[in-house]
Design a protein around this ligand. Structure first.
Ligand SMILES: [Zn+2]
Length: 156
C-alpha cells in the first residue's frame, strides 16, 4: 500500500508516491487524483516497452462449472474476445485476466460464483484454481472483428 508523500504524485504504473511535483508542470495546481501523467524513473522503461507492445486478442470459451447443486454445467455465457497490449502471450493473459475481473467483477451469476479472483479466469502458474476460461486462440496484431456482438462478449 503506497503511503501519501506531501508534495509528491503517484506513478501511474506502480502507484507509489515518488514523483516530486514540479509546480511549473501544473500551473492550475497538482492533479486532484494525485496521479502523475508521467511514470517514475523505475517504471519509465516498462511504459516505453508497453508502447511498443503489440495488441494481442485472446479468444476464450467457458469451462464447465458447477451450479448451485454441484452439478457440472456449461455456463450460459458467450465466449469472450479480449484485446490487450502486451509484449508476450503470458503478459497478454495476465492483462486479459485483469480486464475480465474489471468487466465481470468477482460475482457472476451464470458461474454460480461470488468470490472470483483475478488468477482464476485463466488459472495461474501455481495451479491454485481450475481456470474459468479455456483459451482457444491468441491473435497478434489487430484482427478485424466482423460483427461479433451476438456470438461473443467483446472486451476491449
Ligand atoms: Zn513507478
Amino acid at each position: 500500500m503506497a503511503i501519501v508523500h506531501e508534495g509528491c504524485l503517484t506513478c501511474p504504473r506502480c502507484r507509489e508516491y515518488v514523483i516530486e511535483i514540479d509546480p511549473g508542470d501544473f500551473p492550475d495546481g497538482p492533479p486532484e487524483d494525485g496521479e502523475s501523467p508521467t511514470p517514475c524513473g523505475e517504471c519509465a522503461p516498462h511504459v516505453e516497452a508497453d508502447k511498443t507492445a503489440a495488441l494481442r486478442t485472446i479468444v476464450a470459451d467457458w469451462e464447465i462449472c458447477q451450479d448451485s447443486f454441484g452439478d457440472d454445467i456449461s455456463p450460459d455465457m458467450l465466449p469472450v474476445v479480449i484485446t490487450v497490449p502486451a509484449t508476450s502471450r503470458d503478459e497478454a493473459i495476465q492483462a486479459a485476466a485483469e480486464k475480465l475481473q474489471t468487466h465481470y467483477g468477482s460475482s457472476v451469476d451464470h458461474l454460480y460464483r461470488t468470490d472470483i479472483e483475478t488468477g482464476e479466469w485463466f488459472g495461474n502458474d501455481a495451479g491454485d484454481f481450475e481456470p474459468l476460461l479455456r483459451i482457444c486462440a491468441v491473435f497478434v496484431g489487430e484482427p478485424e472483428l466482423d460483427d461479433l456482438d451476438e456470438i461473443s462478449e467483446v472486451i476491449r
